[in-house]
Write a protein that binds this ligand. Structure first.
Ligand code: SF4
Ligand code: FES
Length: 380
């Protein structure tokens, strides 16, 4: 597959009224949140507090049109996500349509809602890759974290069926205070399940996760131990499994290039068709979001207010605008700046140069030392 559109330029005006033009690249990846429905209730869920209901979800035909528009815009990778995408009865049909549009398809799933027959159908429909979440290395912890009894056993079966269908498998594990000491066992499980890759992501506090900070925030000792463990395991397991690792923000020196930079590489479409620059963008009150029901994906990507809000460097505070890392991390995560500093257009407080950094570290320290309270599960 190759990108089908050329990049565009757009006019900008900076804080001092100076105008210029900026090059806007075509996006590479699209995350399609097919539904917010989900049988699991993970306490670190990054979906918003208010979920979109089934009655507002895009229809099969609407999603198919969106996939075609995405391919025409230049998107190469389509992540079929949720909620739990297997909750959509038309998942096989949607996968087939995406593959037909020329998109590389990755199903991001908890495994619940899949069976052997459905996985074989997804394979026949052209599914390129499956990413399976695990919540722990043992049934007791995993089912407690996911809030779903029997979930662990189902995931083991789903991994076996995926392997049998010849679909490449990645295992995804969110790590936090209560499972971080099981990292080794989770890695062993991923290898046993035949995964080619494991993504170990330290919990991030967007959406529902914010309600469980004290139950989830890892201690500094846990983070340092995890960092060393990953470094050692990467060498030991070279050629067997690839380890992608997202370390804890508050022990990093500089922020991540969230989404590869705002409006630069990817976009998210919510179940009702709202198009977002990142999954937490709705937490920024000054942004307006267009929907695929009213506007084409191409117009939204290049011309909408939300996508242009933090492109380039004209929006940046002087600290970032004069920094030689601005082309590396793009000033960090806008949603984190909003959540922690109350201003989405400020330096990500994760940055060691940010005057707000100490607030982030102090709060993380308090949350990590707290005796973990019971998880707050959505809707219970
Ligand atoms: Fe990144 Fe801004 Fe920090 Fe520089 S000052 S490292 S651009 S967040
Ligand atoms: Fe929104 Fe990072 S999650 S920019």
């Amino acid at each position: 597959t190759s990108a089908k559109t050329t990049d565009r330029t757009s006019e900008w005006t900076d804080r001092d009224g100076v105008t210029g033009r900026i090059r806007i690249p075509a996006p590479i990846a699209m995350l399609a949140e097919l539904t917010h429905r989900c049988p699991l209730a993970c306490p670190y869920c990054s979906n918003p507090l208010e979920l979109e209901g089934i009655s507002t979800e895009l229809s099969t035909q609407e999603w198919i049109r969106v996939f075609q528009e995405a391919a025409a815009l230049g998107v190469l990778h389509l992540h079929l996500s949720g909620g739990e995408p297997a909750s959509r009865r038309d998942l096989v049909e949607l996968t087939a349509a995406a593959a037909k549009a020329g998109l590389y398809t990755n199903l991001i799933t908890s495994g619940i809602g899949l069976n052997e027959r459905r996985i074989a159908e997804l394979s026949a429909a052209g599914l390129d890759h499956l990413q399976l979440s695990i919540q722990g290395a043992t049934p007791v912890l995993a089912d407690k974290v996911g809030g779903y009894k029997g979930g662990y056993d189902r995931k083991i079966a789903v991994a076996e069926w995926t392997h049998a269908a010849g679909i490449p498998l990645t295992v995804n594990a969110v790590c936090h205070k209560q499972n971080m000491d099981e990292l080794g066992a989770m890695l062993d499980l991923a290898v046993e399940l035949g995964a080619r890759r494991i993504e170990i992501a330290t919990v991030q506090f967007h959406g529902w996760a914010e309600k469980n900070r004290k139950a989830l925030m890892p201690t500094k000792e846990q983070v340092l131990h995890a960092n060393a463990f990953v470094e050692e395991a990467r060498k030991r397991l070279e050629g067997i499994i690839v380890i992608d690792y997202v370390p804890a923000d508050h022990h990093s020196t500089f922020p991540k290039a969230c989404m590869g930079g705002w409006g630069r590489t990817g976009l998210n479409v919510t179940p009702s068709g709202k198009v977002l620059p990142c999954h937490a963008a709705e937490s920024i009150p000054s942004l307006n979001f267009e929907t695929v029901r009213d506007m084409s994906l191409t117009d939204i990507w290049y011309d909408s207010q939300a996508f242009n809000a933090y492109r380039g460097d004209s929006w940046m505070p002087d600290l970032c605008r004069s920094c030689d890392r601005k082309g590396v991390d793009f000033g960090g995560c806008r949603c984190q700046a909003m959540a922690l500093a109350g201003d989405a257009a400020t330096t990500d407080p994760v940055c060691i140069l940010s005057p707000m950094r100490h607030l982030l570290v102090e709060q993380a320290e308090i949350d990590s030392r707290a005796e973990p309270p019971e998880f707050v599960y959505r809707g219970r």
